[in-house]
Design a protein around this ligand. Structure first.
Ligand SMILES: Nc1ncnc2c1ncn2[C@@H]1O[C@H](COP(=O)(O)OP(=O)(O)OP(=O)(O)O)[C@@H](O)[C@H]1O
Ligand SMILES: [Mg+2]
Length: 289
């Protein structure tokens, strides 16, 4: 796509802005092929576990279908992303503090991001800019991956955490997600998390299998980020409206998520030189223009 003179000016200005604002937050998109595999629980608990290690974390609920990170965190948001997009609220007024993190509550039933009008896109751009300067990590719950939206957004992040369970249906969909992500221009590092694993051996079998198939048939590199065991404490804490790393810090799932946080968030898996997240999201947001 060729940019108009005004578009090129705007792109240049954005690049200057990104360069001037210093180190940006690392953006981790939590995504999946199949729905219901545990993305929201993972995004919430990973965010809280990173905050427990002293990181400034903002969790963005960008699941436009069924936004429910607020429920798992036990907060009742007064305003959501929808208020920001419509210009009724400033981004910082909407952030809801919970368990050491800041949540940008999602708006269920919003239209696709790509269908947003120019003013909404500009507000979203400005909101991301402000947020990424106030955090070490921005963790985004993107919703399941059938939508173009989700794929483009996840590909624009620094890291796309693809969540799957060991079930064949989830694995087939995770493979499809990896395929779509890897075909995006300048895609995020793809990392796999096996959720609801029976034991470590099962998780390793599953992740090794998917990584080698992706390498063989897609020439795509899939890092094995880790796994979370199946644990009754997860649904129990959802019912209690508290993240399991807080409600049941000693349970097996909490130990797994803290390990993941240590490796992903605190570890130095900084991606090789890529354009800034903002730059890429601007590109994504411009597509619908
Ligand atoms: N490790 C786990 N052990 C046991 N149950 C789990 C685990 N992880 C998630 N669950 C359960 O799986 C269900 C789905 O979890 P969650 O809502 O996080 O999935 P999701 O991928 O965000 O779903 P959606 O695609 O609808 O957004 C919940 O009932 C949750 O309690
Ligand atoms: Mg979810």
């Amino acid at each position: 796509m060729r940019l108009s003179a005004a578009g090129a000016d705007q792109a240049e200005e954005l690049r200057r802005m990104v360069a001037a604002r210093g180190p940006a937050a690392r953006v981790i998109a939590v995504t999946s092929g199949k729905g219901g595999v545990g993305k929201t629980n993972l995004a919430v608990n990973l965010a809280v576990a990173a905050a427990q290690r002293g990181k400034r974390v903002i969790l963005i609920d960008l699941d436009l279908g069924l936004a429910n990170a607020d429920v798992i965190l036990g907060v009742q948001p007064r305003a959501t992303l929808a208020h920001v997009l419509s210009g009724r609220r400033e981004i910082l007024e909407v952030l809801a503090p919970a368990h050491g993190i800041q949540l940008l509550p999602g708006a269920s039933g919003l239209d696709s991001l790509a269908n947003l009008g120019a003013p909404e896109r500009e507000r979203l751009r400005a909101a991301f800019d402000r947020l990424s300067r106030r955090a070490d990590f921005v963790i985004v719950d993107t919703g399941a991956g059938a939508h173009r939206n989700v794929i483009e957004f996840a590909a624009a992040a620094d890291e796309a955490l693809v969540v799957t369970t060991p079930e064949p249906t989830a694995l087939v969909d995770a493979y499809a997600m990896v395929k779509m992500l890897s075909r995006e221009p300048d895609p995020a590092s793809i990392r796999l998390v096996v959720n609801q694993a029976e034991d470590r051996a099962e998780a390793e079998r599953v992740s090794q299998g998917l990584a080698s198939v992706a390498e063989r048939f897609l020439s795509a590199r899939v890092d094995r980020a880790g796994y979370v065991l199946r644990d009754e404490a997860v649904p129990r804490s959802v019912r209690a409206k508290a993240p399991f790393v807080v409600a049941e810090p000693r349970c097996a799932a909490s130990v797994c998520v803290r390990n993941l946080a240590a490796r992903l968030v605190v570890g130095s898996a900084v991606p090789v030189e890529r354009r800034g997240f903002l730059d890429r999201v601007f590109g994504f947001l411009r597509k619908g223009a």
